[in-house]
Design a protein. Sequence first.
Length: 237
Amino acid sequence: MTATEPATRQRFTAATRLERHRHVTGYTAVVVAGGYVEAGDSGRFRLRAGSVVFHRAFEAHANHFDTTGAVVLNLPLPASVPDMAVGLLRDVDAVVRLAGTDPRAAAELVASSGVAPLTGPGDWPDLLAAALRDNPSLGLTGWAEATGLAAETVARGFKRAYGVSPKRYRAEVRALQAWRRIPCSTLPLAQLALALGFTDQAHMTRDVVALTGRTPAALRREASRPEGQLDSRTARR
């Protein structure tokens, strides 16, 4: 999306459910009206008019819309994106007005207008999701026992809340963390794989390719090139 392209406004009818899905390109979602629950790689949040969600590249989420439905304005992800996943805007109307002429400037306004952070419900599925983000090698059976829940209850309840099994959530979060760490880490890829909880480098490679379509080695090579110099394979696309 460029500054001259119109912002994308989506209207969702009451009780609509969007199953877990992933966006290759990051974007900013501003809730203009209505509300919904979003459960994704950054947690689970109840959103309402004025809420803003910063979706980074390759993050996944599911959406369950309320009985009123919702209107959502999609903007570019600002360069100065705040260090948060979800927040509450002080003046959503100003963002909507600016988006009509300059979506990128509207996105920067969102990032610079003092977004108040929001927290999720904080029940056990959210606690497990947070634990898996902090430690992707976390043992699910041990976590369930320590929490006083049956493993079957954890599997069913988590999938109902997040739209994916705890095991799959763990794998996808781990791949996402690897994709983010590979370009900037100085560790050899084999060591990085073990540090992130993968069985070995081949395991990390499979999951990162499934997420991004690129191997860890290719991602690291691209990050080490001078800015503006493209991989010859990328340049031919």
